[in-house]
Design a protein around this ligand. Structure first.
Ligand code: PLP
Length: 405
């Protein structure tokens, strides 16, 4: 009889968002008149930029005509998109990346969870705590994470990120091999400076580790001393793989397009990781649709850039409203400047879940408990800037009324 992957049996349930939904629905059922505002969502609300929609329509027309119809796309992405990405996201920042080091995909979630296939199961994984759960769960599913004991995986090195260290992980004291870093950070909402990131690049080059750098929120960076790509840091091309996405930048969460950069200079044990990822993608991936890639290309057009900047400004304004409202209400507030996520310390030592219940009951506002992102997230709470201006303002007015003084 077939044996199933026993690692799945070790996985805890996907507790966080299911539990958020369960408690919200229970509250709604008990209080049908409550006007509940969701500030927990990590999904965008603004519609696609017009430039992208026009590009999709044009591409769809091409697909409907015999002379311009296209079948399977190239596994690694069309040259027009790889070149646009290379020019705009790398060359403009002085990063030494070439178009053929860029692999177009359907999402940073799939790429960050698949990248582990390139590495031995013996490797030790290091993650920030709290963390985007995909990095940990994907390693647990393949058996690299060990056993789940008291809320932690036995073979994962957790790097606590709390207000005491400004949410910046410290270099690990024990040897680690695969280091997941996500900046600007989800959930803590802070960005990392070039000087800070240089320490990690030097560490990885010195020890032979590889940095798996998730830069999905790069477009939210406002500070000049924060890198837009890890390859702005000298030496990163010999130690880092970068993940980027059009999801939050251009509202592509429902369209699906992202990319991963694996530099040719990244070699471990004499093996090119670029060659391995090429091999993996050409076996497991049949490309991203032409229509979607044309939409992504349009993000880099003049009008596309103007629209995308306006969208990000809209969410940044929401983040500022959240920050200011929370401060007025007396909370300790972090993040939300270089990221769409605002991170707050729960008041009076409340647990993240107790604060969830309190906020829902007193303000009819739903956020995300920090403890759901890792043990060091206990006592913190995440609000997102992806709702509308109107709902965000209303939510914060309620919070100020409920908590001030
Ligand atoms: N990486 C981080 C840190 C995220 O927060 C998310 C989505 O919330 C993703 C990746 C997923 O990106 P994509 O929509 O491209 O799969």
């Amino acid at each position: 009889m077939v044996k199933v992957n026993e690692n799945f049996a070790k996985m805890p349930g996907s507790y966080l968002f299911a539990e958020v939904r369960r408690r919200t629905n229970a509250y709604r059922a008990a209080h049908p008149d409550a006007d509940i505002i969701l500030l927990g969502i990590g999904d965008v609300t603004l519609p696609l930029p017009k430039a992208c929609v026009e590009a999709m329509k044009k591409a769809a027309d091409e697909m409907g005509k015999a002379e311009t119809f296209r079948g399977y796309p190239p596994e690694f992405g069309y040259d027009f998109l790889r070149e646009a990405i290379c020019e705009n996201d790398y060359k403009k920042h002085g990063a030494p990346i070439e178009a053929d080091e860029i692999f177009v995909s359907d999402g940073a979630k799939s790429d960050t969870s698949s990248i582990g296939e390139l590495f031995s199961l013996d490797n030790v994984v290091a993650v920030c705590d709290p963390v985007y759960p995909v990095y940990v769960d994907s390693n647990a599913m393949c058996g690299r994470a060990g056993d789940y004991i008291d809320g932690k995986w036995s073979r994962v090195v957790y790097m606590p990120c709390t207000k005491e260290n400004n949410f910046m992980p410290a270099l690990p004291e024990q040897p680690v091999d695969m280091i997941y870093l996500c900046f600007p950070n989800n959930p803590a909402g802070v960005g990392m400076t070039k000087a800070e990131l240089k320490k990690w690049v030097d560490y990885a080059n010195r020890t032979g580790a590889v940095i798996l750098y998730d830069s999905a929120y790069e477009f939210f960076i406002t500070h000049d001393d924060m890198p837009h790509t890890i390859y702005e840091i000298e030496g990163a091309e010999t130690c880092a793989i970068e993940f980027r996405s059009f999801s939050k930048t251009a509202g592509f969460t429902g369209v699906r397009c992202a990319y991963t950069v694996v530099p040719k200079a990244l070699v471990r044990e004499g093996v090119s990781l670029h060659a391995l990822w090429s091999r993996r993608q050409s076996t497991k991936m049949n490309g991203v649709s032409y229509v979607v890639q044309r939409a992504a290309e349009a993000v880099y057009s003049e009008s596309g850039q103007a629209e995308v900047k306006a969208h990000i400004a809209y969410y940044q304004e929401n983040a500022a409203v959240i920050r200011e409202g929370l401060e007025k209400a007396g909370f300790e507030v972090f993040g939300g400047i270089d990221s769409p996520y605002v991170w707050l310390k729960t008041p009076d030592g409340l647990s993240s879940w107790n604060f969830f219940d309190l906020l829902l009951d007193r303000c009819h506002v739903v956020g995300t408990p920090g403890s759901g992102f890792g043990a060091s997230g206990e006592g913190y709470f995440r609000l997102t800037s992806f709702n509308t201006h109107e709902k965000t303002r209303e939510a914060l007015e309620r919070i100020v009324r409920a908590f001030r003084g």
